[in-house]
Ligand binder design. Structure first.
Ligand SMILES: [Zn+2]
Length: 271
């Protein structure tokens, strides 16, 4: 099903939330592929402002246009900028042995790590110039893929957090680099970017929460909802608004400030 809401699936998620203490079920919201003007982007910012929610905007440095930069600077302080690669360009040209298709990546193994890192650093500097402190030292690799040799050098460039997809296997994959991923992506990319539906998305959120509570996933990693404002149909928008409204109003749910989540002070325990 792909309806905009699913009361039974919400009921299951609410049952899970009932097992969490007040403000203990931490969530965060990341939206990818920002930088170019779009009605959908304006709608996204309006939604975050309306709900007074923290939002991590993964901005592609090479896409950033002045009107978008201005809109982000005018947004409430809870809207933070994360770095989404450099130009969101795929460099993985050939199918790898044992693979049936190319897995696109900008920061993968196709290019030498120093070449990738030079680009990453340039992108980070441009976001810092555009947004100052609103730009957090957090890196979101396009397609959620990053070569180990690249992530290993991110702390040396000043990055403090890395965000990809799926339950993290370690709070710090590299010393000094905190991993804070997303866990529910409501778009089915291989099926024409269709909305996966309310039921499937709510179930993914419930599954991650339950895994945290039962110790199958890191309990300290907040449950991340991933959106892509450019690729959302009306049912997805309606679902998103309803979901965020309900989560925000639920006593067990907390949306931590992204600055403390993604840019912890030295010595602060991993988010
Ligand atoms: Zn992307």
């Amino acid at each position: 099903m792909s309806g905009a809401w699913d009361e039974a699936a919400w009921g299951a998620l609410a049952d899970e939330l009932a097992r969490w203490g007040q403000g203990r079920a931490s969530f965060w919201w990341r939206d990818d592929d920002a930088g170019r003007p779009a009605r959908a982007f304006d709608r996204l910012l309006a939604l975050a402002a309306d709900l007074e929610l923290s939002l991590g905007l993964a901005v592609v440095p090479a896409w950033l246009e002045p009107d978008v930069a201005e809109a982000i600077r005018a947004a409430p302080g809870g809207v933070a900028v994360l770095q989404h690669g450099f130009a969101h360009a795929n460099h993985e040209g050939e199918v790898q042995p044992g693979e049936r298709k190319v897995h696109p990546a900008e920061c993968g193994t196709a290019r030498p790590a120093p070449v990738v890192l030079e680009e990453v650093a340039a992108g980070g500097a441009s976001l810092k110039a555009a947004f100052g402190d609103r730009a957090l030292p957090a890196f979101v690799p396009p397609w959620n893929r990053i070569a180990d040799a690249v992530s290993a050098s991110l702390p040396r460039l000043g990055y403090r957090a890395l965000s990809a997809f799926g339950p993290r296997s370690a709070a710090q994959p590299v010393p000094g680099l905190l991993q804070v991923n997303c866990h529910a992506d409501p778009v089915v990319w291989r099926e024409g970017k269709r909305f996966a539906g309310a039921g499937a998305t709510l179930e993914r959120l419930r599954t991650h929460l339950a895994a945290r509570r039962e110790g199958h996933a890191d309990p300290a990693e907040p449950t991340g909802l991933l959106t892509h404002h450019r690729d959302m149909d009306p049912a997805f928008w309606a679902f998103l608004e309803e979901l965020l409204r309900r989560l925000r109003g639920h006593p067990a749910v907390a949306f931590p400030q992204l600055r403390s989540l993604l840019s912890p002070r030295p010595g602060q325990p991993g988010a």
